[in-house]
Design a protein around this ligand. Structure first.
Ligand code: CP3
Length: 351
């Protein structure tokens, strides 16, 4: 197993350097949902505590965040939590089954106005404590990523009331009730600004915004509906000076608008060519992605070929963070993940 190169105390960790498009000794890799059900040690904890309890216990959340870091030579850690945690903090009643299910879906202006503005230190102190504990438990060369859901992704769950493939209810609602929708999206943007700022205060060294369902919108709706609240969030975080990652899941058709966002890194799914995206996004942006999670079920030699294809697609030059194109599947063999991480390091390492 390759181990991360020894760093002097002042050297920027590889992941943060790549976010800044600085040259690196190897391409950094981390994996969306790297703490989760594919790990037997995660399942062992989950057999004793529910998901909500896990997110509300700083010690357990820190423990499961650190599990994949102990096992694999990953270059970044993402805090174990969920995009809906701050939504519960705003007074919304929800449970996980296993995706988020809302007690009373939001459909009226009155419900939007009744959402409490988020005060992270009061409403989600356990999450901030988990960030602190995790940072204290991580090696210096592994930065901690804080995260939030994008307003449109949160809106999708809040209006639909449950997970969905098409999210037809929130998509229709956005067309039928543009003013209520805009108010809800704006309120969510304000909440995510304070939420993400609080995570940095607690020790997060980079921030990621998950636009998981933005790909349901055509380019013009993306620009009109999903983009404005994201712009507001980015504006509200700029002075922090930490790298911002925008995961634009299935948003390949909207890249010309994503190019207008002042983010350091754009995360892409496997349906989008990294090289093609780089041409649209411009040279000042790092790119994260985008191996299909299904490829972790290929035989070892084939997996290497699929990884090679990702490297060929992005081409030479700094500013690539290797990741899957979306979350790792629970059925994945952890040994395959170990091989992936080591191969990405070996293949990209400079002589
Ligand atoms: O390791 C990590 O990536 C950190 C943990 C993390 C979770 N959720 C844990 C989780 C992160 C970053 C998220 C973000 C999240 N949550 C997103 C954006 C990322 C994406 O996948 O697009 C979304 C859309 C959600 C909403 C959500 N929460 C869903 C759809 C589900 C069900 C997921 C599933 O795979 O069944 C959840 C619950 C959830 N969040 C689980 C985990 C590990 C499963 C919980 C369990 O039963 O143990």
């Amino acid at each position: 197993m390759s181990s991360p190169a020894l760093k002097t105390e002042t050297a920027l960790p590889t992941f943060l350097a790549a976010c800044r498009r600085q040259p690196v000794a190897h391409t950094p890799i981390w994996i969306m949902r790297q703490a989760g059900r594919y790990l037997p040690e995660y399942r062992a904890i989950r057999s004793k505590v529910g998901f909500t309890e896990l997110t509300r216990s700083p010690e357990l959340a820190a423990e499961v965040t650190l599990q994949p870091i102990r096992r694999f030579a990953l270059d970044a850690s993402i805090i174990f939590s969920d995009i809906m945690v701050p939504i519960e903090g705003m007074g919304v009643d929800l449970e996980y089954a296993p995706g988020p299910v809302i007690g009373t879906p939001i459909r009226t202006l009155k419900q939007v106005e009744e959402l409490r503005p988020l005060v992270p230190e009061q409403d989600v102190p356990f999450m901030l404590e988990a960030v602190k504990l995790t940072r204290a438990g991580l090696p210096a060369h592994v930065p901690l990523i804080g995260f939030a859901g994008s307003p449109f992704t949160l809106f999708s769950y809040l209006v639909a009331g449950k997970p969905s493939k098409e999210f037809s209810v929130p998509r229709a609602f956005a067309q039928a009730e543009p003013e209520i929708s805009a108010r809800l999206l704006d309120k969510l943007a304000d909440a995510m600004i304070v939420y993400l700022r609080a995570q940095v205060n607690a020790g997060a060294q980079a921030l990621m915004l998950f636009e998981s369902w933005g790909g349901l919108l055509g380019p013009s709706d993306y620009k009109r509906i999903a983009l404005p609240p994201v712009k507001k969030i980015i504006e509200g975080l700029k002075d922090l000076g930490v790298p911002l990652i925008y995961f634009a899941n299935q948003c390949g058709g909207s890249l010309e608008y994503i190019a207008t966002l002042d983010v350091d890194v754009v995360g892409l799914d496997w349906r989008t060519s990294l090289g093609g995206a780089r041409e649209i996004l411009g040279p000042q942006r790092a790119i994260q992605g985008n191996l299909d999670p299904a490829h972790l079920f290929s035989p070892p030699a084939e997996l290497k070929k699929r990884v090679d294809e990702v490297f060929t697609d992005i081409g030479p030059g700094p500013g690539h963070i290797f990741n899957l194109g979306h979350g790792i599947w629970p059925e994945t063999d952890p040994d395959t993940v170990a091989r992936l991480v080591d191969y990405v390091h070996e293949r990209s390492a400079k002589a």
